[in-house]
Design a protein around this ligand. Structure first.
Ligand SMILES: *Cc1c(COP(=O)(O)O)cnc(C)c1O
Length: 493
């Protein structure tokens, strides 16, 4: 039994479903959705459950039925590769990244030992080496982690091990409380890490940011001194390179000076903004990165690697191994016949681990560093265009005059609210505009874009627009965004 594909290619019975599924994905234009097709066909959960047959049954179903189900799954899923999906910091995927994901999945490789993953261990080493050099850690170490939140946790664990080496074996009892610092615009995963590591969320100090969302170094110093005065033990600063909402880059050099002065570990959460490392034009945003002790970067965001693809890098070789190893004797035997330093899995907190590095590696091979740079510069340029386009529209108001990373944050002011006194009542109305427009956008399927308030800055709900590398954004796509918001917000309130 063999399936004769369209181009005459043959595959065995176990692979037929793949050939069929690939055909379905191509026919549905998953990687290249038409701009006229909806980004989402929204249904409320009860209705969607009715439409889809979700319960597994005793009797397996025929292949055609499986394909029918897959068709519906695709139909009601959000089309993240659509040019008008601007909802999150991830979006469309790089086709080579997807090819890499499929290849790695098909081989079902577990990247803990060289024995079972010879090629992929070397691929991961090569990608890490390359990125370590770009980040300015030529003698560093790293790992692909299951997401940026985990990378931030890796940073905190290393910092804790460095500050209190006994913590690995004896735990934290009997020590003064450890205190971590990040900015009030930093990512919430730093708090989660503090919870999971027994440090406690109250021991994560949120350092004030300036009007652009950048950590204020003078405030960091005050916070450190205050913690010391309270008898606590500062150990970790997580600076952010590209904050999630405003896209702000903390001043790394000044923060590095402070960390040096107080002997604190400097971690840089570059999950979002780290991609700018790869562009000569924009890498100045990350100035001082090489002075960090560790860095988190998510190629699965701006660069368009398929989820998940997240790197954790650290300056000191060997530290990850000392900190995280458990030397399981059934896996990491030291009497193997090959160089066991390539059994890199013990520096991970995981046992089994996917080969996320391969997706980035295949993308890098296909585009080259120059190709990445053009994709990044194009995304940044599209954001600049968008910012300048809405700046001259009467109904739009920027949250910040400048934009950093690709984030452009703005309010839409409906015609009925223009030219009025901007008192609390007015702002209360503006606060409801973004959620209402968002609802209309989703129900019409023409655009997905994020919104949020920033309570610590006293900012009511505003839209956050971001671009990423895939699909390469065009000026027409940018115009579509503000025009849709204007169209669906014109009659409010
Ligand atoms: C997205 C993001 C994270 C978390 O990354 P995940 O891969 O979603 O866990 C951390 N920090 C920043 C600044 C982010 O934007």
């Amino acid at each position: 039994m063999a399936d004769q594909g369209r181009n005459g290619e043959k595959c065995g019975p176990r692979a037929i479903i793949l050939a069929r599924l690939l055909r379905l994905l191509c026919e549905e234009g998953i990687l290249e959705p038409s701009r006229k097709s909806p980004v989402v066909r929204f249904q409320h959960p009860d209705k969607l459950q009715e439409i889809l047959s979700l319960e597994p049954e005793a009797q397996g179903v025929h292949m055609n039925e499986i394909l029918h189900l897959c068709h519906d799954i695709v139909k009601y899923s959000v089309q993240t590769c659509h040019p008008h999906f601007k909802n999150q910091l991830y979006g469309g995927i790089d086709p080579y990244g997807l090819a890499g994901a499929w290849l790695a999945e098909a081989l079902n490789t577990n990247i803990h030992t060289y024995e079972v993953a010879p090629v992929f261990v070397l691929v991961e080493c090569a990608v890490l080496r390359h990125v370590l050099n770009i980040a300015g850690f030529p003698n560093g170490d790293g790992i692909f982690a299951p997401g940026g939140s985990m990378s931030n946790m890796y940073g905190m664990v290393l910092a804790r091990y460095k500050a209190v080496p006994d913590s690995k074996m004896k735990g934290l009892s009997g020590l003064p409380p450890l205190v971590a610092f990040t900015s009030e615009d930093g990512h919430y995963s730093v708090k989660k890490a503090a919870h999971w590591l027994g440090i406690g969320t109250e021991n994560v100090v949120a350092v004030k940011t300036d009007s652009h969302g950048r950590m204020m170094p003078s405030r960091l110093t005050c916070c450190i001194q205050q913690a010391i005065a309270e008898g606590k033990k500062p150990f970790f600063v997580s600076a952010t390179a590209g904050t999630t909402v405003l896209g702000a880059f903390d001043p790394l050099e000044q923060i590095a000076d402070i960390c040096h002065q107080y002997g604190l570990w400097l971690h840089v959460d570059a999950c979002w903004g780290g991609t700018l490392m790869l562009s000569k034009k924009h890498c100045h945003c990350l100035k001082g990165l090489e002075r960090a002790d560790s860095v988190a970067w998510n190629p699965h965001k701006m660069l368009g690697a398929p989820l998940q693809c997240a790197l954790f890098l650290t300056k000191e070789k060997g530290l990850m191994h000392h900190c995280n190893s458990a030397s399981a004797s059934y896996l990491f035997q030291q009497d193997k016949f090959y160089d066991v330093s390539f059994d890199t899995g013990d520096k991970s907190v995981q046992c089994g681990r996917k080969v996320d590095a391969f997706k980035l590696w295949l993308m890098w091979k296909a585009h080259g560093s120059n190709g990445f740079e053009s994709l990044i510069n194009n995304a940044m340029d599209a954001s600049r265009y968008f910012k300048e386009a809405i700046q001259v529209q009467p109904g739009f108001r920027l949250v910040l005059d400048e934009f950093e990373c690709t984030n452009v944050c703005f309010w839409f002011i409906p015609p009925s609210l223009r030219g009025q006194e901007e008192n609390d009542e007015w702002w209360n109305k503006i606060h409801t505009v973004a959620p209402k427009i968002k609802e209309r956008l989703i129900l019409s399927g023409t655009l997905m874009i994020g919104y949020q308030p920033l309570p610590h800055k006293g900012l009511r709900n505003f839209f956050r627009f971001v671009t990423s590398c895939h699909p390469p954004p065009t000026y027409a796509d940018m115009d579509h965004v503000w025009q849709e918001i204007e169209r669906l917000g014109a009659d409010l309130w």
